[in-house]
Write a protein that binds this ligand. Structure first.
Ligand SMILES: Nc1ncnc2c1ncn2[C@@H]1O[C@H](COP(=O)(O)OP(=O)(O)OP(=O)(O)O)[C@@H](O)[C@H]1O
Length: 325
């Protein structure tokens, strides 16, 4: 879908992209990097809107240096910043964008209605955009990127400014762009954690250079840590403490950090599994104590941990800046 070879973009005072080589296939790909890492610059080059200083790039097999308008016909673009006219409705705006993309009037109106429904804008679509919330504006920006049924969409920070619920909804929509319509997606973010749930593949850039490009599965590979959660009993009012004691006596190694379990359940213990026998030992010890085993699961890495060793217990919603400190 997207190939870049030693792509560089130099501004007088700053190198925004530095010999970046990528090969991005179909599916949902996340492009993650701190503010200023070069994400928007890359997108503008891929759309043929800004020339590279060095190197080459092709989108859907088309050279960005010579085929910008052909690329923009087949690629949708959701810009990062607010760029919507306040005094027209979502319907009027998206129909206009559809017509600009070459759709005839009837098709433009039909596609606009379908697309606005898909992004979750209903009655509001006839009101002026100026009165919309940030979440609604982001949906309009997404709709105009999709209205001409592109093969690929480039979404620049689509979750910017959204609250956690709005973010989850937007990430769900992005996932469905691919699963429901077969459109491939390149989505940028400065939040590592949110891409983990949404993307098949993640590309991480820093200072315009490639840090890592891997499938999400490779980023979040299984660890040898087991999370164990048990119930309490009359005999053992603190079930996890009793289990901790028994397993320590059996020379099981514990990882630091505790996770709160489900309401009413004990704390989660994190232990190092040395093999199948660790699972058997836990099962037998829990049964011997007369406790209930709520869960015993192999933990997976979070993407954030790949860049910030030791962050396991702190969750994955860390902005990229956090790792650069
Ligand atoms: N037109 C320009 N002139 C000069 N410098 C620029 C220009 N556009 C971008 N830059 C610089 O290039 C670097 C990369 O910017 P870019 O906007 O691509 O980053 P980004 O990863 O998209 O971050 P953000 O999410 O904050 O936009 C930054 O240092 C920025 O200041």
């Amino acid at each position: 879908m997207i190939v870049t070879e030693s792509l560089s973009k130099r501004f007088p005072r700053v190198t925004a992209l530095d010999r970046l080589s990528l090969d991005i296939g179909p599916g949902v790909t996340g492009l993650v990097g701190a503010n200023g890492a070069g994400k928007s610059t890359l997108i503008k080059i891929l759309l043929g809107l800004s020339p590279a200083t060095e190197g080459r790039a092709a989108v859907l097999g088309l050279d960005v240096a010579t085929s910008g308008s052909a690329i923009r016909e087949q690629v949708g673009y959701m810009p990062e910043h607010d760029c919507l006219p306040p005094d027209v409705s979502a319907t009027e705006f998206v129909v206009h964008m559809a017509r600009m993309s070459g759709l005839p009037p009837t098709a433009a109106r039909e596609r606009t209605a379908d697309t606005l429904r898909h992004v979750g804008l209903y009655e509001e679509r006839y009101r002026p955009i100026g009165g919309y919330s940030t979440g609604m504006k982001q949906r309009v920006k997404l709709a105009q990127a999709l209205v001409h049924d592109p093969e690929l969409v480039l979404l620049d920070e689509p979750t910017n400014g959204l609250d956690p619920v709005g973010r989850d909804e937007m990430l769900g929509l992005i996932r469905r762009i691919h699963t429901d319509f077969g459109i491939s997606v390149l989505v940028t973010s400065h939040l590592l954690g949110e891409l983990e749930r949404t993307c098949d593949h993640v590309v991480v850039i820093d200072g315009g250079s490639l840090l890592r490009s891997s499938s999400t599965r490779d980023f979040t590979q299984a660890t040898t840590t087991l999370a164990i959660e048990v119930t309490d009993s009359d005999e053992h009012p603190d079930g996890s403490a009793a289990l901790h004691e028994k397993l320590t006596a059996a020379r099981v190694a514990f990882h630091e950090g505790v996770e709160e379990g489900l309401p009413g359940a004990g704390h989660v213990l994190l232990i190092e599994a040395t093999g199948e026998e660790t699972y058997d030992l836990v099962r037998d010890t829990v049964a011997g104590l007369g406790l209930g085993l709520v869960r015993m699961e192999q933990r997976r890495h979070h993407i954030a941990e790949v860049f910030r060793p030791g962050a396991a217990a702190q969750g994955a919603e860390q902005p990229m800046e956090a790792q650069n400190r």
